[in-house]
Design a binder for this molecule. Sequence first.
Ligand code: GDP
Ligand code: MN
Length: 392
Amino acid sequence: MNFHEYQAKELFASYGIPVPEGKVARTPEEAVISAQSLGGNMWVVKAQVHAGGRGKAGGVKLVRTLDEVRAETNHMLNMKISTYQTGGLSLPVDSVLIAEAIDIESELYLSALIDRVNRCVTFMGSAAGGVDIEQVAATEPEKIVTVKVDNTVGFQAYQGRQMGFGMGLSAKHVKQMTKIMSALYRLFIDKDLSLLEVNPLIIDGDDNLVALDAKINMDDNALFRHPALAAMRDEAQEDPTEATASRHGLNYITLDGNIACMVNGAGLAMATMDVVKLNGGEPANFLDVGGGTNAERVKEAFKIILSGEHVEAILVNIFGGIVRCDLIAEGIIAAVEEVGVNVPVVVRLEGTLVDEGRQLLADSGLAIISASDLNDAAKKAVAAANNNGVAQ
Ligand code: GDP
Ligand code: MN
């Protein structure tokens, strides 16, 4: 799950990490009141969307008068933001963060993530922070300092010095960096985060480190033990199809291809996508309907995959281990009848009560293409999709 910058900064502040003072606003009037209560004569208006790259997309603006606060907020609340981080989606701006504007001496980069190769939390930092960090990572990787934290002992002060001196910071800033990293590490572990990014972490006009931006990502599997964080979820920022799927207990990810896949079990779903690719096709989605699925879920799953724009064929690959193939067949038939599927549907069923399931499909009178095994199914689905909706 992703969080907004203002939510991440609240968490940062509660761990003692310095952040600029700010307030979230949902209307231009609220924004003006926020700016007044913050005081000063310069503010930054920041669109709250679940993506970085806002600065370049017009979602971060410095303003000098209350009229500008109102006008800029009004403008942003009517924007949809799409950046290289939004994965093709345009995100609505339902709130803005009004923050005191800070003088920036320099922009650094600091992040922490789950490092699966080294099985630990790894920090990455660079003195070349700011909006072009991806460019730095691609062309000057030597400017990025990496520090791996041993899970058994946790973050150690010497690692802060490694990072700080590695980035070329002064002794004073290295001390501040160590404190910040130590707090970030506690936050990361306490809240089951999977990613945390501060870009930029700045040296301000008073020569202190401040987190000017904050981005965190939390492991969905841990949401149940963090009800306060789960309540921060903003579904308006999520792929609508993925959000609907998660409400129905379906594991769904939108992809670019044209062959929709409906599979039970994550491993089988991955294998299905591989075999589709091996046969020259491109999956339109990843969909795991779950091990103990039923007719109702199969129907919901059909509705979801059909809402995809580029679907030219559907490949159903079900292994009846816990589930019964006859119930799956009933679900498919009900879905095709109710939803009105207008693309070819290739079905491969195997396992418990498979004969009954196949019989039901054969007797249904629907134009369902049945397949004998996974490879056969993938071939047929690719051919059907290539024929652009003409069933074989
Ligand atoms: P992002 O583009 O979505 O990552 O948004 P950021 O919060 O990182 O802001 C983008 C850029 O705007 C930063 O790198 C800063 O250069 C600038 N910026 C943001 N807040 C302030 C501020 O308070 N003062 C100044 N001078 N610049 C700011
Ligand atoms: Mn940023």
